[in-house]
Design a protein around this ligand. Structure first.
Ligand SMILES: Cc1cc2nc3c(=O)[nH]c(=O)nc-3n(C[C@H](O)[C@H](O)[C@H](O)COP(=O)(O)OP(=O)(O)OC[C@H]3O[C@@H](n4cnc5c(N)ncnc54)[C@H](O)[C@@H]3O)c2cc1C
Length: 465
């Protein structure tokens, strides 16, 4: 307690409550304590003290993860290590296009700091007001601009990490080229806190776009959406920064549960694509490009209708429609979620094939399919039949449908977790769908870096201490 200050070691049930359950309320854990260090040195000290007492640590950032990775188990023997007090923007180097931030910085604050320096930090996701850059790195978060800028991994140049032994590795190098041996940085990114604690990072910045055009385009099917993606990438290349797919049923749920939100078309269409172009030249250039693209799309019969945002507010409203889908789904009731990726070329077939399997296995199940089509990443979710008992449906079908979807993902050479990680939720499905060689290599790494299994045990590759 003395090392962190008594007020930064929480031990009562009331003080710890918000740290012990995940965002989806799927898991409710117990803990000996919640530790809230305020610096990298204090993180290292906390890790060393925990090691001396053989206490396992569960790193936690904004606690917005969707796979239960930041929640301790039910034993009450683990401690949560919250990074929330490591909140400093250490430096910005506009000439090097980098920002060095501490792990507990909220994503929106990193975006703001970059903007204040005349730069863009492009990572963006609906939880950006609460999630932390450390959590984004630990889960290799994706979000809405991966199409152009890549995942969090691709946005990171260097890390500072506290190892399971309590040593500090300073790898805060802002280099685009550095071929000096094994890439340690890439080991910790996406490891969900199982190999060490990320305490700071050097992230890439980009020029602020001069103009953005956001539009909604109605199409007849995911196949047509894919053709539109090909056309848009051909016409706009790297200026295409967003390409999101939303089925009519997704938008119907938003209309049903958030009637105050404006649906901009006069009629319903099978699928709607949200496109965003970011242009370094001018608004006129961006609009010219977009209009040319849409003309071809209409001529080719790809697009049934389109509406362009005429203001920042309208653009925000389009994104709001997209971002309200998970919220509308939650309002509709319990559901089964899958965050999957398949090669972009196979998405159309994946949806047709898997929809048919689900319809046969669970008659009446309603598919809620939306996501980052430009990245090959779908939120392929299943909602209970209209008016059905959601709990009974999940009890009966969840396991069967998970297996069915993940088998289909594997058959389409995809991934069972595109951007939400494995956490605690998908350990068994991962073990079932990965090769013995791959799992063996992962276990070897874990054993080498964390031989006592004290870093976030029971997550990613499972195993109890
Ligand atoms: C409404 C909503 C929308 C979302 N949209 C997206 C989306 O579009 N794309 C996407 O990828 N995700 C999305 N997410 C999921 C979530 O926001 C991301 O996974 C985010 O990166 C988690 O950050 P966090 O700080 O909340 O991490 P936490 O939830 O606190 O932790 C997540 C994992 O990282 C580990 N961890 C956290 N901090 C550290 C650290 N400093 N060092 C080591 N390990 C650490 C934890 O142990 C845990 O395993 C969404 C979540 C919500 C609630």
């Amino acid at each position: 307690m003395a090392a962190l200050g008594a007020s930064n070691v929480l031990i009562t049930a009331t003080d710890m409550a918000s740290y012990l359950t995940d965002w989806r309320k799927r898991y409710i854990g117990q803990a000996r304590a919640v530790l809230r260090p305020g610096s990298t040195e204090e993180v290292a000290e906390a890790v060393r003290i925990a090691a001396r007492h053989d206490v396992a640590l569960v790193p936690q950032g904004g606690n917005t993860g969707l796979s239960g990775g930041a929640t301790p188990d039910e034993s009450g023997t683990q401690a949560v290590l919250s990074l929330g007090r490591l909140r400093a923007v250490r430096s910005i180097d506009p000439a090097n296009n980098t920002i060095t931030v501490e792990a507990g910085c909220i994503l929106a604050e990193v975006q703001d700091a970059a903007r204040a320096a005349g730069r863009l930090f492009p990572l963006s996701l609906a939880a950006e007001g609460s999630c932390t850059i450390g959590g984004n790195l630990a889960t290799n978060a994706g979000g809405t601009a991966v199409l152009c800028y890549g995942t969090t991994r691709e946005l990171c140049l260097g890390l500072e990490v506290v190892t399971p032994a309590g040593e500090i590795w300073n790898g805060l190098r802002g280099l685009r080229k550095d071929n000096t041996g094994y890439d340690l940085r890439d080991l910790f990114i996406g490891a969900e806190g199982t190999l060490g604690v990320i305490t700071a990072a050097v992230m890439k910045l980009y020029p602020q776009p001069a103009a953005q055009v956001t539009a909604l385009a109605a199409v007849s099917s995911p196949h047509a959406a894919l053709k539109l993606l090909e056309l848009a990438q051909g016409a706009a290349g790297p200026l295409l920064t967003g390409f999101e797919l939303m089925s009519d049923f997704c938008l119907e749920l938003v209309r049903r549960h958030f009637p105050q939100m404006r649906y901009p078309f006069a009629q319903r269409y099978p699928q709607v694509v949200l496109l965003e172009l970011s242009d370094n030249e001018s608004e006129a250039h961006a609009r010219g490009l977009f209009e040319g693209m849409m003309e071809t799309a209409f001529d080719d019969g790809l697009v049934l209708d389109a509406v362009v945002a005429e203001s920042l507010t309208a653009s925000r409203a389009f994104w709001d429609l997209r971002e309200h889908i998970p919220l509308a789904q939650a309002e509709e009731g319990l559901n089964i979620k899958h965050d999957i990726a398949v090669p972009i070329s196979r998405i159309g077939h994946f949806i047709d094939y898997t929809d048919a399997l689900i319809a046969a296995a669970a008659p009446g199940a309603r598919m809620v399919v939306f996501g980052h089509l430009g990245d090959g990443n779908l939120h392929y979710n299943v909602q209970t039949p209209e008016g059905g008992d959601a709990r009974a449906f999940l009890n009966r079908y969840q396991e069967q449908l998970n297996r069915l979807v993940y088998d289909s993902v594997v058959a389409h050479h995809g991934s069972i977790s595109a951007e939400h990680g494995l956490g605690r939720l998908k350990i068994e499905d991962n073990a079932r769908t990965k090769s013995a060689v791959e799992l063996g290599l992962m276990r070897t790494l874990k054993q080498a870096l964390d031989p006592h299994g004290r870093m976030n045990p029971g997550k990613v590759i499972g195993g109890v201490r």
